[in-house]
Design a protein around this ligand. Structure first.
Ligand code: ATP
Ligand code: MG
Length: 259
């Protein structure tokens, strides 16, 4: 017999349905339709890459999922709960981990202090933070060796890795990453891809907005292509990146993807 407590538990843990869902999300800026009826489902443990040409609506979609922007219409469902009208910090407390293209770590604090700040923030989270993903990433990124250094002294790629670890410190169920490998060397990019792929295999759901096609091919199973605010194509990465119409709209800008 299913009682209210079981239903509530299923909603909190996300048992069954997609861990993050968008329904007919719309957002306009004046005459520009930046998000046009976007439907999107992310399953537990899924690694999804969101790609698209300049101005396709990737950042707008990211901001709508996070709660940084309110949609004009449509809904965002996190772990079975309608969060459309909740601000970003409430969604973070519910299990959304975020990293942004611009670094948000405190540059004057050490690596250890930044991570402690993130851990304390997690104390107010609704659920008990599961730090298995954090420990896996912290070890793989070898940040212990830099624990005592102020964040401002880290090389660029390590600062990106610190931000990923800070987001994981809160024990999220879903991690949203906006261009996590921007500015990294090809080797650092591929290493980051390996680590994120491992986290996904261990049950973390991830959405990565990314321009680097080599990275996308390495990590993603499913890719969502946005174009002019709409979902233009969605499916297995090896199928989608070979489609001629996708190449036309996306690869017009990123020619290496056609290789
Ligand atoms: N705050 C804003 N005010 C007005 N127009 C905006 C705003 N944010 C985005 N837009 C417009 O909405 C459309 C989608 O922009 P968005 O930044 O979401 O695209 P994107 O896919 O992230 O592009 P890029 O690859 O360049 O980062 C573009 O036409 C953009 O000019
Ligand atoms: Mg953008």
């Amino acid at each position: 017999m299913v009682n209210d407590a079981m239903v509530n538990d299923a909603m909190v843990t996300g048992g069954g349905g997609p861990v993050l869902k968008a329904e007919r999300l719309c957002k306009r800026f004046g005459g520009v339709v930046a998000s046009d009826q976007i439907d999107f489902n992310l399953e537990r443990g899924e690694m999804r890459c969101v790609i698209g040409p300049n101005g396709a609506g990737k950042s707008t979609f990211f901001a709508l999922l996070c709660g940084i922007l309110p949609p004009d219409s449509g809904r965002v469902i996190l772990k079975g709960r309608d969060v459309t009208h909740l601000p970003a910090f409430r969604r973070v407390r519910m299990g959304l981990g975020l990293t942004f293209q611009t670094n948000r770590a405190f540059h004057a604090l050490t690596v250890a202090e930044n991570l402690e700040t993130a851990r304390r923030a997690s104390a107010s989270a609704s659920g008990a933070a599961d730090d298995a993903h954090f420990r896996a990433a912290f070890g793989a990124f070898d940040l212990a060796a830099s624990s005592h250094l102020p964040a401002r002294e880290l090389p660029h790629h390590q600062l990106q890795w610190l931000e990923i670890c800070m987001a994981l410190r809160r024990g999220p169920d879903v991690l949203l990453l906006d261009e996590p490998t921007a500015g990294m060397s090809p080797g650092e990019t591929m290493y980051t891809a390996d680590v994120l792929k491992t986290l996904s295999r261990e049950g973390l759901a991830l959405i990565v907005v990314e321009h680097d096609v080599a990275f996308v091919r390495k990590v993603a199973e499913t890719v969502t292509v946005l174009h002019q605010g709409s979902v233009f194509a969605e499916g297995p990465v090896e199928v989608i990146t070979q489609r001629e119409d996708v190449r036309q709209i996306y690869l017009g800008r990123t020619r290496e993807a056609a290789a």
